[in-house]
Design a protein around this ligand. Structure first.
Ligand code: AHM
Ligand code: MG
Length: 304
C-alpha cells in the first residue's frame, strides 16, 4: 500500500496545523522543481545579504515559498537565506509557526546539473532571534536529484518520501537510522587544510583508514547520502578566512542537525551541540561536524 506524506503525518498523530504546514511545504517544493526544469537559470542581477550573486532561481524559489507560506495561514514569520530581514506575516493571515528556510541550497550547482535541495526548520514561535534548534517542532529537506525526495522529522523519527509521477510524495523509507561508525566521508572546505593543521590531520586519517569520499558540494545531497547509506560524516570547519565557517545555523545547520539527531547521529560545531546554539542573528554561521556519532566524536578530538 502507498502511504502519502499526509497519511504518514496523520498516522503519526502530528497536530492538524503542523501537518498542513508540512504538506504545504511539500506541495510548494513541486513548484520549485518545476521552475528548475523550465525556468530561467541566468543571474538575477541582485545579490543576497552575503554578497553572493543570486541565481534567478534563488530569487524565484524564495518568492514562491514566501507567497505560499504567507497564504497558508499557518505561519507567524518567515526568515530565509535569501532575505535580509524577517518577513512578518500580516495579522489577518497569522498562524502559529515561524518557518526558516534555505529555498535553494547549493544553487551554484544548478548549471552543472548536480543535485540540490531546499531546507526548512519549523518553530512554534512568533519570533526567531533567541531561539535554538532544539525548539524546532519539525524540520525537513527536499532533494532535487534524479528523483525528488523529501525527508522530514516532526520529532517522530526520520522518514523519506519520493515524488511519484502523479505528484504525490510516497513513503519510501521509514525510521531512517545512522550507524555510529562510518566508512564514507564528505569533507567540506578542504581549502582549510592549507592553514588548519588539525583539519589536515583529520582528512589524512580518513584517507589512511581508506574511507570512501562522497562529496558533491551540496550540503543537502551530501547529508542525504549519509541518511541513505545509514552512515557517514560531513564536515564544514571554520578557518582563518571564515572564522565561523560558511554554513548558516538557522537555515542549514539547525534543521539538518535535528534530522541527524532524530536518526541517531550527532551534530556539533566541534564542541557544542548545534541544537544548543542560540540564534543571535539571522545570518549567523557555524562550523559543523555531522553524521555517525563515533565519527563526529573522533573529528572533535582531532580538531580540539
Ligand atoms: P549556498 O547556500 O550559498 O548554496 O551555500 C551552501 C553550500 C552547501 O550546500 C555546501 O555544503 C557548501 O555551500 C559548499 O561550500 P564551498 O563553496 O565552500 O565548497
Ligand atoms: Mg544554503
Amino acid at each position: 500500500m502507498h502511504i502519502s506524506l499526509d497519511k504518514h503525518l496523520r498516522d503519526s498523530k502530528i497536530n492538524h496545523d503542523l501537518r498542513h504546514l508540512i504538506v504545504k511545504i511539500a506541495t510548494t517544493a513541486k513548484y520549485i522543481h518545476n521552475a528548475m526544469q523550465t525556468g530561467d537559470l541566468g543571474l538575477a542581477g541582485t545579490s543576497n545579504m552575503y554578497g553572493e550573486a543570486q541565481l534567478a532561481l534563488d530569487v524565484l524559489s524564495n518568492q514562491i515559498f514566501v507567497n505560499e507560506l504567507e497564504d497558508s495561514y499557518y505561519t507567524t514569520c518567515l526568515a530565509s537565506e535569501e532575505m535580509e530581514e524577517e518577513f512578518k506575516i500580516p495579522p489577518e493571515k497569522q498562524g502559529k509557526y515561524a518557518v526558516v528556510f534555505d529555498p535553494l541550497d547549493g544553487s551554484s550547482l544548478v548549471n552543472a546539473n548536480l543535485a540540490i535541495g531546499s531546507i526548512f526548520g519549523i518553530y512554534e514561535s512568533d519570533k526567531i532571534i533567541g531561539l535554538k534548534g532544539d525548539l524546532q517542532v519539525a524540520s525537513l529537506m527536499v532533494v532535487y536529484g534524479p528523483r525528488v525526495t523529501l525527508i522530514y522529522t516532526a520529532k517522530n523519527g526520520v522518514h523519506e518520501f519520493v515524488l511519484n509521477a502523479v505528484g504525490d510524495f510516497i513513503l519510501s523509507k521509514e525510521n531512517i537510522k545512522v550507524e555510529k561508525v562510518a566508512k564514507h566521508f564528505a569533507p567540506g572546505n578542504l581549502r582549510a587544510t592549507a592553514t588548519e593543521g588539525k583539519y589536515a590531520k583529520l582528512v589524512d586519517y580518513w584517507m589512511k583508514e581508506k574511507y570512501t569520499l562522497r562529496y558533491s558540494g551540496g550540503m543537502v545531497p551530501d547529508i542525504n547520502h549519509i541518511f541513505m547509506k545509514g552512515e557517514g560524516i560531513f564536515t564544514y570547519p571554520s578557518y582563518k578566512n571564515a572564522p565561523h565557517g560558511k554554513l548558516r545555523l538557522l537555515y542549514e545547520c539547525a534543521p539538518i542537525a535535528l534530522l541527524m539527531e532524530q536518526a541517531g547521529g550527532r551534530a556539533t560545531d566541534g564542541k557544542k551541540r548545534i541544537l544548543d546554539i542560540m540564534v543571535e542573528a539571522l545570518d549567523q554561521r557555524t562550523p559543523i561536524y555531522i553524521g555517525s556519532e563515533d565519527e563526529v566524536r573522533n573529528a572533535e578530538k582531532f580538531i580540539a
